[in-house]
Design a protein around this ligand. Structure first.
Ligand code: MG
Length: 160
């Protein structure tokens, strides 16, 4: 049963870029000499998305659900984290209706990959393509993202 009043959630994440790790963003494996450090696969996009969903349903944050001290979630595919958030939303009668994603990365250049990341999220959330937006920006050389030390992501999600 869909809820009649939509709710909005906001999520943010940042992960450090490091050599010897695969780069995974939005569930998509991306060619890169460095990847994101993390307890899981380091997918900052999916972590921000999961937090946006948890936020929309008033269910704490990703750390409450997937503590980074838990052995069993080490190296976890972050799509599992998003699926857990989607399942919890469903248990409360909500479905994710849209997601607006802004990724901040200096390198690799994500502009050419936006469409593929979007498709990955469309598949993961089982949404029509126009319900998912992926924007890729640099940080104009400023701060840890601008210095190519990290990739950050902001997500706004609507559930109803
Ligand atoms: Mg994270």
């Amino acid at each position: 049963m869909a809820k009649s009043i939509p709710r909005v959630g906001f999520g943010y994440d940042i992960h450090r870029l490091t050599a010897g790790r695969p780069l995974v963003l939005g569930g998509l494996h991306i060619e890169s000499d460095r990847g994101l450090l993390g307890h899981s696969d380091g997918d900052a996009v999916l972590h921000a998305l999961a937090d946006a969903i948890f936020g929309a349903i008033g269910s704490g944050d990703i750390g409450d659900h997937f503590p980074d001290t838990a052995r069993e979630t080490e190296g976890i595919d972050s799509r599992e984290i998003v699926r857990a958030a989607v399942d919890e939303a469903a248990a409360l009668g909500y479905k994710v209706r849209s997601a607006d994603v802004t990724i901040l990365a200096e390198r690799p250049k994500l502009g050419p990959l936006k469409a593929d990341i979007r498709q990955s999220l469309v598949d993961l959330l089982n949404l029509p393509p126009d319900a998912v937006s992926v924007k890729a920006r640099t940080n104009e050389g400023l701060g840890p993202v601008g210095q190519q030390q990290a990739i950050a992501c902001y997500v706004v999600a609507v559930v109803a």
